[in-house]
Design a protein around this ligand. Structure first.
Ligand code: BTN
Length: 281
């Protein structure tokens, strides 16, 4: 049972450890909630400040990408939703995903050294081909649309100290504990991550965007390999060589018909003939 005083202590510990200026300076930490993303979306609409943070020790309806559920044992992992209002040109919101993925990968790399993460487009973080972290970005518009930019809710689930996962996902899911054998301090990890996120967002001006794309591609899983992209729930797929990401963070896939720029989908390597990896299309 997660007590109110335990959650209060976590909030105090995080506030005292954080070295950010604006990010994570207003916090709601729940013991149990449906979904932190849902709570953050509602809070944003009620006027939450930029950088407000919703955390929870447990979620009864944790949301994943493409309508999937997000599973996480109580008080073992990091579950949060961050509210930001980036001043970016229309169509550049993909850069927020890029910046967030980089901050996540850097934070996890420090914790798991000498192991290293890879980013699976658009925003899964992998260790040795297994997913340890996922992100769900949702946008919404405030009622006075003309006056303010849309707010973005960035939901992050990072598996830290969970030792077991249900059989249907255990072959493709992992945690920092499972990969390193070390139990980690969640507050320390979180404070490091929020600091990196703030620095990345502060420099998200166009001048840094090309550098972010380069850094992302350096960490991109299956780069220059043949992959299949599943497009939504329709079952439609498109295959080709993964060549990187566009300046807005979309996937660049070299297909038999030419270069395709794809904004959503699920990268898979199943159904791909391994003998053709790296070979002609
Ligand atoms: C994915 O499918 O990879 C995205 C998973 C995102 C899960 C996090 S957990 C905290 C936040 N609240 C949610 O309901 N989902 C995100």
């Amino acid at each position: 049972m997660i007590t109110e005083s335990f959650v209060q202590q976590l909030t105090t510990d995080l506030t005292n450890t954080l070295q950010t200026h604006w990010l994570g300076r207003t916090i709601r930490w729940h013991d149990n909630i449906g979904s932190t993303n849902e709570d953050a979306l509602a809070w944003a609409q009620e006027g939450a400040p930029d950088g407000a943070l919703v955390l929870s020790e447990y979620q009864t309806h944790g949301r994943g990408r493409q309508g999937r559920a997000w599973e996480s044992t109580a008080s073992k992992n990091i579950l949060f939703s961050l509210i930001v209002r980036p001043q970016l040109p229309h169509g550049a919101l993909g850069l927020v995903t890029v910046a967030t993925s980089l901050a996540l990968a850097e934070t996890i790399d420090r914790a798991i050294a000498p192991l290293k993460t890879k980013i699976k487009w658009p925003n899964d973080i992998l260790i040795e081909e297994k997913k340890c972290c996922g992100m769900l970005l949702e946008t919404a518009y405030p009622p006075d649309q003309s006056a303010r930019p849309p707010f973005v809710v960035l939901g992050v689930g990072l598996n830290v100290n969970q030792a077991h996962f249900s059989p249907d996902i255990s072959h493709k899911t992992t945690s920092l504990l499972l990969e390193t054998g070390r139990r980690m301090d969640r507050i320390e990890l979180l404070a490091g991550l929020l600091g990196r996120l703030e620095r990345r967002y502060d420099r998200l001006a166009e001048v840094d965007a090309p550098r972010y794309i380069e850094q992302y591609e350096e960490r991109l899983a299956y780069l220059d390999e043949r992959i299949t992209l599943r497009l939504g729930s329709s079952g439609q797929t498109i295959s080709g060589m993964l060549r990187g990401i566009s300046e807005g963070g979309a996937l660049r896939l070299e297909t038999a018909e030419g270069m395709a720029i794809l904004h959503a989908g699920e990268v898979t390597t199943s159904g791909v003939d391994p003998k053709r990896n790296g070979a002609a299309l």
